[in-house]
Structure formats: C-alpha cells, structure tokens
Design a protein around this ligand. Structure first.
Ligand code: TXA
Ligand code: MG
Length: 306
C-alpha cells in the first residue's frame, strides 16, 4: 500500500535516509520530500516532478536554530519572523550556507527555509534528523495536492510512499518572503498576509515576484493549474462548470465560502473535482480584491494563464 499511516514512520525515515523521496503532509499542501543535504536525492525530486532545474526547492527545518545553521546569514528579521510565525506557513529566503547543495537552490546564492507545523512532517524530521527539501507533491505546473490520495494521483507513481496526515488545514502554499536583499519582499502570497508581516517587522514589505522577476522562478507563467482551461468571470452562467459564491445552478458548480481562509482550504480540492469532469472550461467567479484574498487570487490568476 503506497499510502501509509503513522505506523510506517520507520519505513519512511529509512526511505529518506537511503536517498529516495516520500510524500508527506504539511499544514499547507502535501510535499515530495527528500534529504536536502544529498544532491542526488534532490536531483531525483526534480526528476520525479518534471521540475525545471531553475526553480529552487524549499528546505524544511525543525526550528529557527536549525534554519540559522543552514543559512549563510540569518538576519535579525528572520529571527523576528520565525519567532512569531514558526512553525507555520511562512518561507524565508536568506543567503544559503554551504551544507545545502546548489542543485536544491537552483544555483542561487539563497535558500528558502520553512519550519512546517504538521505533526507528521515534524515527526519525520525528528526521527530522521535531516532537513527535508520538499516542493509540492505534484507534477510541475499542476494543482498542489491537499490530501494523501491527491498526492499519489498528482505524482502518478504507483510505488511512491505517501504518508497520510489527513486533509491540509490551509490548503494553499506558504507565503514566500525574500529577506536576502534590502527590503523584505513577498515572492508568493500565502496564508501569512502582508499586514501581519509588516506588523511583526515594524516596517514596509514589498510585493514582488510577479511577471518575469528572476528572484521567484516558481512564479513565472502558468502554475497551480488544472488540466481543464480555467477562466475567471464576474458570475457563472446557468450551465457553467465552476466555482461560485452563489447558490449553484447546476450539479457541476461548487459553492465556495465567502471567507478567504476557508476558500483557500477548499480551492485545490474543488478544482481537482471539477478537473475530473472533462469539461471544456472551468469558470471561477472572481473573488473580492484586497490583502485577505491575495493568496487565492494569485493562484487563480496563475491557473488561468494559458
Ligand atoms: O507550503 C509550501 O511552501 C509547500 C510545502 C510542501 O512546504 N511547498 C511548496 O514548494 O509550495 P514549491 O516548490 O511547490 O514552491 C516553492 C516556491 C517556488 O515558487 C520557488 O520558486 C520559491 O518557493 N523559492 C524557493 N526557494 C527560493 C529562493 N531561494 N529564492 C526565490 N524563490 C524561492
Ligand atoms: Mg508547487
């Protein structure tokens, strides 16, 4: 059985220690994890995902002290933010230390570090004693998985070991914040919003990462996309397949919550369901603008670029 429970902790750790990959739950999405210190294990993860070598991986760590030991520089801002938001859905991009192989950071001088909150992921890190590089457990460019079944399906590898930790609480990937240059800059909006970051730091945070910024390779072009083309609209027509805030007019419409956090938690799982219907197009009723919806709107925008 490729989907396993907590009783398989030892098997999962052996797999990681032997240089192979396993899918693990985090509180954001499921990740395809490997030993971050082993260049061939990291190469395997790039290969299994079909990920361009130019897109760096996030390295997951136990805590701030662990992060600081892998960073080339651990600025005061990283100390403040990790104390406030870790373990949790915030990735900090800082100068890379020498222990992390260049392949993990796609040749960049920086590394994205995050301490995840999910007890299963933390348990695995604790037992195997490794920092784990883990991109979302899907083929590059497609929808991130928020359940063990979705991770298995999204990777399309029947023998992949997937540790079941239930559905992900956030359902949307971590906020990525670049601390490696003068001004803190959000490279990917996520569960931790700009206002919370600014309040913690007591200074302005920039929003970047859009367009062709080379500092956030994962934010270029089509991403987070179902196979079916996705289009945003002000509202759904009667026969549309899609996501709506209103009373659904057909069985192929899913009513989404008006709360951005609950919306985010349902988003990828809902798109997965609609994607399986073989529709010509998935129509998504445009959510409100504003900082609380930034992460959801970012994923929808990227999924609609075709
Ligand atoms: O919530 C998450 O972040 C999930 C879970 C598994 O932790 N992981 C995840 O990884 O979403 P991935 O590889 O699908 O997305 C990582 C994003 C990409 O957009 C990548 O370009 C960016 O983080 N990133 C990673 N390291 C970076 C670095 N050194 N500089 C700039 N961007 C970086
Ligand atoms: Mg991803």
């Amino acid at each position: 059985m490729p989907i396993v429970g907590p009783e398989s902790l030892a098997q999962v750790c052996e797999t990681l220690l032997s240089g192979r990959a396993v899918a693990l739950p985090t509180e954001t999405v499921y990740g395809l994890a490997c030993n971050a210190l082993d260049p061939s294990a990291v190469a395997l993860v790039f290969d299994l995902k079909g990920r361009p070598a130019t897109n760096p991986l996030i390295v997951h760590v136990r805590d701030a002290q662990h992060a600081a030991s892998l960073a080339g520089d651990w600025p005061h801002e990283a100390e403040l933010l990790s104390a406030r938001f870790w373990p949790g859905p915030l990735t900090l991009v800082v100068a890379k230390g020498t222990a992390i192989p260049l392949i993990a950071s796609a040749g960049l001088g920086t590394v994205g570090l995050r301490s995840p909150a999910h007890p299963v992921f933390r348990g695995v890190m604790e037992i195997c004693g490794l920092p784990l590089a883990a991109p979302s457990a899907n083929r590059s460019g497609s929808l991130s998985p928020t359940t063990a079944e979705a991770a298995l399906e999204a990777m399309g590898l029947p023998d992949l070991l997937v540790m079941d930790g239930g559905p992900c609480a956030w359902g949307i990937e971590s906020t990525v914040l670049d601390l490696s240059s003068g001004t803190p800059e959000i490279l990917r909006p996520g569960p931790i919003g700009i206002e919370e970051l600014e309040a913690c730091l007591g200074r302005r945070v920039e929003v970047g990462g859009h367009g062709a910024s080379p500092r956030s390779p994962g934010q270029i072009g089509l991403h987070y996309a179902p196979r079916t083309p996705l289009r945003l609209a002000d509202r759904l027509a009667l026969a549309d397949v899609g996501l709506t805030f209103e009373e659904p007019s057909a069985g192929t419409q899913i009513q989404m919550p008006a709360d951005p956090v609950r919306y985010g938690a349902m988003l990828f799982a809902s798109l997965r369901v609609l994607d399986s219907l073989g529709a010509r197009v998935i129509v998504v009723q445009r959510p409100p603008q504003g900082p609380a919806w930034a992460a959801v709107n970012d994923r929808l925008l990227r999924a609609s670029l075709r």
